[in-house]
Ligand binder design. Structure first.
Ligand code: BES
Ligand code: MN
Ligand code: ZN
Length: 481
């Protein structure tokens, strides 16, 4: 769906629903107050996310007005503005509107372009529905979105972000039987093809030649071949320095021989959300064209148990040359990523960010609000934190004490792929990854929980969220400066 920047007086624009965003405890701007009338304005308290649909009077062309509360102005930020736009767009759709138009609020301290961009992103995020396998078509559809008085460039920027995020969501939604490693690699190729981004895809034989022993071990129990995908976006002419973005692409995680319980195992179709975020970020980067060189890598396989599968106790070796004792075949993501990270370092990445649905422990420590961050470099971690914050994504750095490495010592190999107890599961998972990058500054984002909205809400359907795309893109744009 397209979003249009329209320069028409808000009284004159013909839309099914005109969306007005109001702050709590402040009078609406005169032009808006005139439309709404004092009675409604007084009644509608504009608490965050509250909505009211009212019929418009004859003075304006739109049929209905939807008031959306922004809450108190001093608490507002771009993330909440996006969320309010999503809530508004969804409420308008629920009311049967085919065309909607936003009147951007003028807010102290908010740049007009960033406001318009956020409304665009929020609307497209909120209206996104997974192209469902249901045989009955989805309910009402919004066909057009306008942002009144916005600049076309701001709207296009919003569209670029939304396209990447929604691309990621669509991939994460796909079940294991509809998105194999081969399919995921082909999806990456399609995105790269659309934007002239270089891509190399290694099949099983190619992975063997590269020496990706950890990735291949995970793939051993599968009838599906792995794929290792290397993308190069040369926004700085390919002269570097290279920012490496790396994603876990486990298209389905049964746990392997350390098999997971039945309950909830179906969710493990989104175990490729990190790789999907890399692909989505390339979609946005391909549109925004930052002057940065980006090396993007995804390791793709499913994790299956069969007679050929890798087993607890096995010792394997990957690209970094470090040996790994398998304690749990369910700690497979760090193996896939360990090789991908080592490869990125070999290819000359100066700094790295990875995103992966790595540990259930992320749920225990941080829940669905923030992703975990594990890093070997305080400065780089702060930069990535700031990049995430600038686009409304929230992470939380984990402690960096080296003693955490003792938790995954092995008596037989350089390291084990998990601890013996569940202590500090998220940190252990992250620090395993850091063992494969030598000194290269690396930040790992554990998006195991934030990548999937298990409840759904007023602003977003249940399902894939597209977490990490915005952080990747923000980091890429900063890399250009
Ligand atoms: N894919 C899972 C992590 C996960 C859990 C993602 C819940 C999304 C939701 C990962 O491969 C895994 O199984 N991790 C294990 C590691 C353990 C065996 C050390 C875990 O977290 O239990
Ligand atoms: Mn697992
Ligand atoms: Zn997994």
């Amino acid at each position: 769906m397209q979003v249009q920047a329209i320069n028409t007086a808000l009284t004159a624009y013909a839309a099914d629903v005109l969306i007005l965003l109001l702050t709590e405890g402040a009078p609406a701007p005169a032009e808006v107050a005139n439309l709404v009338g004092p009675a409604i304005e007084a009644d509608f308290k504009a608490g965050f996310g509250k909505t009211a649909l009212v019929y418009a009077n004859n003075a304006i062309t739109a049929r209905k007005l939807l008031l959306v509360g922004l809450g108190k102005a001093e608490k507002l930020n771009l993330r909440l503005l996006r969320k309010a736009a999503a809530i508004g767009a969804r409420a308008a759709r629920e009311s049967g509107a085919a065309s909607i138009a936003f009147v951007p609020p003028t807010l102290d301290g908010f740049d007009a372009d960033l406001t318009a961009q956020s409304l665009t992103e929020g609307a497209l995020h909120g209206l996104y529905r997974f192209r469902s396998f249901k045989s009955v078509a989805a309910k009402p559809q919004v066909e057009s979105i306008a942002i009144l008085g916005a600049s076309a460039a701001a709207v296009a920027r919003g569209e670029a972000f939304a396209a990447g995020v929604n691309k990621t969501r669509g991939l994460a939604w796909l079940p294991g039987n509809h998105l194999t490693a081969t399919d995921l690699a082909n999806e990456a190729a399609a995105v790269c093809g659309a934007h002239g981004i270089e891509i190399e895809i290694y099949d099983k034989k190619g992975c063997e030649e590269l020496g990706l022993g950890l990735l291949l071990a995970v793939n051993q129990g599968s009838v599906e071949e792995p794929r290792f995908v290397v993308m190069r976006y040369k926004g700085n002419g390919g002269q570097g320095p290279w920012l490496g973005l790396v994603g876990k692409g486990v298209t389905f995680d049964t746990g392997g021989i350390s098999i997971k319980p039945t309950e909830g195992m179906w969710d493990m179709k989104y175990d490729m959300a990190g790789a999907a975020a890399v692909v989505g970020a390339m979609e946005t980067i391909g549109r925004l064209k930052p002057k940065a060189d980006i090396l993007a890598i995804i390791g793709c396989t499913d994790n299956m148990p069969d007679g050929g599968a890798y087993k607890p106790g096995d010792v394997i070796v990957g690209l970094s040359g470090k040996t790994v004792e398998i304690r749990s075949t369910d700690a497979e993501g760090r193996l896939v990523l360990g090789d991908a990270l080592a490869y990125a370092v070999k290819q000359g990445a100066a700094k790295l960010i990875t995103a992966s649905t790595l540990t259930g422990a992320a749920q225990i420590s941080l829940g669905p609000i923030r992703f975990g961050m594990v890093s070997n470099n305080e400065t780089w971690q702060q930069e990535v934190y700031q990049a995430a914050d600038s686009v409304g994504e929230r992470g939380w750095p984990q402690p960096m004490d080296e003693e955490y490495d003792d938790l995954f010592d092995s008596p037989i190999a350089d390291m084990a792929n998990s601890g013996v107890a569940r202590a500090a599961g998220m940190i252990v998972g992250g620090r395993f990854l850091l063992k494969h990058v030598s000194e290269t500054p690396t930040v790992h984002l554990d998006i195991a929980i934030t990548a999937w909205n298990h409840k759904g809400g007023a602003e977003e359907d249940l399902g894939a969220t597209g977490t990490a795309v915005r952080t990747f893109v923000a980091a890429a744009e900063r890399w250009a400066k």
